[in-house]
Design a protein around this ligand. Structure first.
Ligand code: ZN
Length: 179
């Protein structure tokens, strides 16, 4: 088992390698790794650094979904729990987007406590990325659509960490001010 610092450091490096060259949706074509860093840091702050595996899973939460990383590889390199957390946050990309979204809402309440925190942190980060000054009509529509759906997912994940719940509510408030 890696020490907590090595676990997180290696997760960050693997995430940087695997998502290399990818850009995130929203604000100014930011590199994808910015999203992963934000999610990992939200989780570290929310738990006051008490759960290294959760923070590592935050760095890696999109690695199975968006890159050729496998659950087995994560289990081998990190731990069974890190692999399980990431797998829980992985959508079946063979399904159409509307169906993936529907399943996220349906399945959110059944997730493990750690996966629920990752999902909330993910939605905080993705909402924030869609908040921009002077949004176009299309950006506003995308923000409204995203916030409505994310709120449904987060409703099924709440109650495990009051700070994270509040951060999400703040992001929704900031979004609604633009709509
Ligand atoms: Zn994500």
């Amino acid at each position: 088992m890696l020490t907590p610092i090595r676990l997180i450091s290696e997760a960050a490096e693997l995430a940087a390698q695997r998502h290399n060259g990818m850009a995130r949706k929203g604000r100014g074509n930011e590199p994808y790794i910015n999203h992963l860093a934000e999610v990992a840091n939200l989780l570290a702050t929310a738990t006051d650094g008490a759960d290294a595996e959760l923070v590592a899973a935050g760095w890696l939460h999109d690695s199975i979904e968006d890159t050729d990383t496998t659950r087995e590889e994560l289990a081998q390199r990190f731990s069974e729990r890190v692999a399980a957390l990431v797998a829980e946050c992985t959508d079946d990309m063979s399904l159409p987007k509307a169906e993936r979204r529907r399943l996220q809402v349906r399945d959110a309440p059944k997730k493990s406590p750690g996966a629920k925190l990752i999902k909330i942190a993910d939605k905080i980060s993705n909402t924030g990325a869609r908040i921009q000054t002077d949004p176009s009509a299309a950006e506003r529509a995308d923000l409204a659509d995203y916030v409505a759906w994310a709120s449904q997912v987060v409703a099924g994940c709440r109650g495990g960490n009051a700070w994270l719940d509040e951060k999400f509510d703040d992001a929704v408030k900031a979004a609604r001010a633009l709509l």
